[in-house]
Design a protein around this ligand. Structure first.
Ligand code: 13P
Length: 252
């Protein structure tokens, strides 16, 4: 499983240090050993370098992701952070198109597809979030909305593969109504969405699909047991290193 902690804007340098110290002290390496699980921490841009250095210094088996990248390559875009910038400071991938970015910062499906293309060209793993809002769901528009969000990403992924770029594309199904609400999607919901995504687009290489939205210690094992699910993207529960480690132990 690809197990991603999205720390959002909740961490400080000090708190990251304490988090990693717990992982080192409790033996993350031995907990993960032989399980095949991969662990990812997604931090805000300013902490990527510190996080990457600390993970290396402590010998922790974890990858570092950004939470977003600019849709521009370089140039006069004050305040933006490019794909090249995150690579420079130790990130190997980035979350893209999180619903919080779509909702609060007006990111469009096209922006997300552009960012996916830039990541793939630079050798950075894209983890693209998609998911319907509560209103979409109530109106019976779940699959329609998901198709609109995923189609431009599928196109970019197919083009990249044709250009010889062989980087895995990860998709995370994160229903907006499930994020931070304590109400996770059911296994049946997730199964339906995964089949739609895998069957309806001409993937040359099928994407790996993760689930995110109110994953916690009680539901982590049953969600992870879903056939064809490749991982989990977790917010609030994995801000606590003890819950993170207990979740790993519930999976192995
Ligand atoms: P929660 O796990 O807090 O519901 O957040 C999910 C999420 O948004 C991960 O990207």
């Amino acid at each position: 499983m690809f197990l991603v902690a999205n720390w959002k804007m909740n961490m400080t340098r000090d708190r990251i240090g304490r988090y990693l110290a717990v992982l080192e002290g409790k033996g993350l390496s031995s907990i993960l050993s032989g399980t095949g699980h991969e662990v990812v921490f997604a931090a805000t841009h300013v902490y990527l370098e510190y996080l990457s250095e600390e993970v290396n210094r402590r010998g922790l088996p974890a990858k570092i992701f950004a939470q977003d990248v600019s849709s521009r390559i370089e140039g006069a875009f004050t305040g933006e952070v490019s794909v090249r910038n995150i690579l420079d400071v130790g990130a190997v991938g980035s979350i893209l198109g999180h619903s919080e970015r779509r909702r609060y910062f007006r990111e469009t499906d096209e922006d997300v597809a552009t960012k996916t293309g830039l990541c793939l060209q630079a050798g950075v793993i894209p983890l693209v979030c998609f998911g319907e809002s509560g209103e979409d769901r109530e109106a019976g528009n779940t699959l329609k909305v998901l198709r609109e969000q995923v189609a431009p990403v599928a196109e970019v992924a197919a083009k990249a593969l044709k250009d010889g770029i062989d980087i895995p594309v990860y998709l995370a199904y994160e229903p907006v109504w499930a994020i931070g609400s304590g109400k996770n999607a059911s296994c049946a919901d997730i199964r339906e969405v995964m089949s739609a995504v895998l069957e309806e687009f001409p993937w040359t290489a099928p994407p790996k699909i993760l689930y995110g939205g109110s994953v916690n210690l009680d539901n982590v094992a049953s969600l992870a047991a879903l056939k064809n699910l490749s991982g989990l993207l977790v917010g609030s529960a994995w801000l606590d290193p003890e819950i993170f480690l207990n979740s790993l132990m519930a999976l192995s």
